[in-house]
Design a protein around this ligand. Sequence first.
Ligand code: CMC
Length: 447
Amino acid sequence: MDPTKAATTVAAEDAAQTRRDSLTIIDNRTGKRYEIPIQHGTIRAMDLRQIKVDEADFGLMSYDPAFTNTASCKSRITYIDGEKGILRYRGYPIEELAERSTYLETAYLLIHGELPTKAQLDDWTYHITHHTFIHESIKKFLDGFHYDAHPMGMLVSTVAALSTFYEDAKDIFNPESRRKQTYRLIGKMPTLAAFSYRHSIGMPYVYPDNDLSYTGNFLNMLFKTTELKYKPNPALERALDVLFILHADHEQNCSANAMRSVGSSHVDPYSATAAATAALYGPLHGGANEAVLRMLEDIGSVNNVPAYIKRVKGGEKRLMGFGHRIYKNYDPRARIIKEIAYQVFDVMGRNPLLDIALEVERIALEDEYFVTRKLYPNVDFYTGLIYQSMGFPTTMFPVLFAIPRTSGWIAQWEEMLLDPEQKIARPRQVYLGYDQRSYIPIEHRGG
Ligand code: CMC
């Protein structure tokens, strides 16, 4: 036997024998040694608590502002590999779903864990289609908003208001109740969104049309005017459906975390969805596509792009639609969306801001600042251009994100509720404020 081979084998065997799925920690304050189990590439933060200087010590905690390296749950819904640019729902690659599935089928997959049979899909589609109407009182509620109220603000409020109509929604541990609220939420979100839009432009509300598809009906409620029957353009209907598939879930993002966190108090799902929708409203999350369009308008022309990039690099601005907390290679959704953009432009004409966007992308992808920070176009970079070409005002962009994300939120919420390890979400803090001090009467507080 080759002696070097024998030596390698012995070394490997030694390594295998000493290999344990655990982490050894030596606390240099006390010299004590701890062995902490590793499971699924994580240690349990609570295992750190045993590490103490003395008995009075509270125990070690981990400090992780913005949860950049903390897993808050075990999940079987969405898988992302940010380095490789992979996104899968329940194991199915986003590219295959975008090409072959529909939004409602994908929503079923996210919530139930498997693709539906034909009968299951028909039943699912029937129930969602038959829960699209909203109570007439919600219309009165909408009428109370100022004429130029942001539709996202209206959506947050009206989805929260739904909880006051459905008392049974509080019965969150009853699977029948959860199923009913799921139909209602997925069915009614487009209606609330469309009614908010119609209110903001002073047009009469258009009631749902059950003959149309999910996205076809949404376009109907948004854009129908005097025609007796609205006929959605099939290319736009499909483009919107694919965009809805791409936006349906994205694991533990800010709004999913809000849904889980607020839902962990065992509030009804409408209130939790209102919280998630509010999280999505922010410009660093679902508000980014609106911000991208404003940025492109602000840049104004292809010639102004280099100067704008210079300001971004100088820290004056952020390049909206670029960068992602997870994707450090590319956002696989952005690639599909770029293709859809061209399909929509074929129907609606080329968006004049497209040339500015392409130039921003070209320069940024070559620039050392963006390359070294792994900043690539994200899902929001081209969606704004598509939505604008389809006739949506910028204020509707985050709303168009919230509608499909509702199915992801519901999947995340239900998984959290049924997970025996989950409790009410309640992070710890590192307190750096004053130690105890005595109250000072106002007359003794000086200038
Ligand atoms: N433009 C310029 N510089 C940026 C950008 C950007 N868009 N994003 C990150 N950076 C820089 C940042 O200044 C920092 O530089 P330095 O190391 O010199 O301080 C470095 O890159 C790392 O940034 P970070 O803020 O630590 O990254 P993060 O993971 O916390 O932020 C992000 C992720 C998405 C909030 C951020 O990239 C961003 O603000 N992007 C623009 C807004 C946007 O497009 N949001 C949509 C995200 S995708 C859809 C969604 O989730 O809703």
